[in-house]
Design a protein around this ligand. Structure first.
Ligand code: FNR
Length: 185
């Protein structure tokens, strides 16, 4: 069965380490799996129930449709102050209010890249907790925490240059594909 995954990026900056990771993924996908990026979460307004009452903003609805149509989501995000960035949490909060809720039952893999040695591990565990609330099917292992990412990524060229990291992420994509196929069956 062919699968299609989408990437959800938690950084807005152009020369982002995490953006370079997300950009590398289509080439690392296993046979039968395609991967494309979702639009920027930067297009979402700050969550406000009064705004929601006027109708969901178009970027929120569009992303929800793209997630519903996908077989899995790969969240690629920095760690900010031991958690996920506000822009990512804001996007998740918006998506969580839709019916049907797009991440419910959806296979999700998490990847974090950081210049620090821990590679965003603390953000991953906050994000996992939030994804429990959304009833997403989060891939347990392998966990993809890319520490000392500035040495593994050419941010200027937006290229993931480190071969070991590329191989590791490719293995995680195989695991996500296996989870997605299992849940489909
Ligand atoms: C950071 N950074 C950071 N890194 C980390 O490993 N743990 C942390 O808790 C934080 N906290 C943090 C807070 C804020 C507000 C900023 C701006 C940065 C550093 C962060 O990992 C680094 O800036 C990355 O390069 C951000 O990811 P992108 O934008 O390069 O993908």
């Amino acid at each position: 069965v062919p699968l299609h995954f989408v990437t959800l990026l938690g950084s807005l900056r152009r020369k982002s380490l995490n953006r370079a990771v997300a950009k590398a993924l289509p080439a690392l996908a296993p046979e039968g799996v395609t991967i494309s990026p979702l639009d920027s979460v930067g297009a979402f307004p700050l969550y406000d129930a009064d705004v929601q009452d006027q109708g969901f903003p178009a970027p929120v609805q569009l992303m929800a449709e793209q997630i519903r149509a996908a077989d899995g989501v790969i969240i690629v995000t920095p760690e900010y102050n031991y958690s996920m960035p506000g822009v990512l949490k804001n996007a998740i909060d918006w998506l969580s209010r839709l019916a049907p809720q797009p991440l419910a039952g959806k296979p999700v893999a998490i990847q974090t890249a950081s210049p620090g040695v821990i590679g965003g591990a603390r953000a991953q565990y906050h994000l996992r907790q939030t994804l429990v609330s959304l009833d997403a099917m989060v891939l347990n292992r392998p966990e993809a925490m890319i520490g000392q990412a500035a040495q593994k990524i050419d941010a200027e060229a937006q290229e993931l240059t480190d071969t070991a990291t590329r191989d590791f992420l490719a293995r995680q994509l195989v695991a996500l594909a296996a989870l997605a196929r299992k849940l489909k069956a």
